[in-house]
Design a protein around this ligand. Structure first.
Ligand SMILES: [Zn+2]
Length: 164
């Protein structure tokens, strides 16, 4: 049975849908020890048997932030500041770990969060692990959808383009 969960940022600009193969109560919850997730005390779920959608209703509010090895980016709402997911993209496909607390039914994730520290991992191994363990994700309404990837248009660290 598929368990359908919905959520999103606080102001509604970016929505999240997660189809889990098992009840949230049985999902393993991770506490990523990366420097970003620590600052949010984030709990995340990544299940390769799940499916996720990140639905951008207001593209101007989409904020992607990357750091470290840039193997992935953090997806945030520019207006309300909510941290939605870690995202990795490759060859037109996408994988995420979803921030459990951005989901409406966050209270159903009752397993204690397991600390995960991948800081010693090389970039190649990191991408392979994520493809095997993260959740395949459909990006809906993203500015670069259907065209060539131009993440710079939404990336905070890129040189400023005056019109955003
Ligand atoms: Zn928002």
């Amino acid at each position: 049975m598929v368990h359908r969960l919905k959520g999103g940022c606080h102001c509604g600009a970016i929505g999240v849908e997660l189809l889990l193969p098992r009840p949230p109560e049985e999902e393993i919850v991770g506490a990523c020890q990366c420097s970003f997730c620590r600052k949010h005390n984030a709990r995340t779920v990544s299940d390769a048997g799940a499916k996720a959608r990140l639905v951008v209703r207001e593209p101007a509010q989409l904020q992607c932030y990357d750091f470290g090895l840039s193997a992935s980016e953090v997806v945030l709402c520019r207006r309300c500041g909510v941290y939605l997911a870690m995202l990795m993209r490759e060859d037109g496909a996408a994988w995420t770990t979803i921030n459990v607390d951005a989901l409406d039914e966050r209270a159903r994730f009752t397993r204690p969060a397991e600390p995960r520290d991948f800081s010693g991992e090389a970039l190649a191994g990191r991408r392979a692990r994520r493809k095997a363990r993260w959740t395949p994700t459909e990006l809906v309404g993203w500015p670069e959808e259907g065209g060539s990837l131009s993440p710079e248009s939404t990336r905070a660290a890129a040189p400023a383009t005056p019109a955003r």
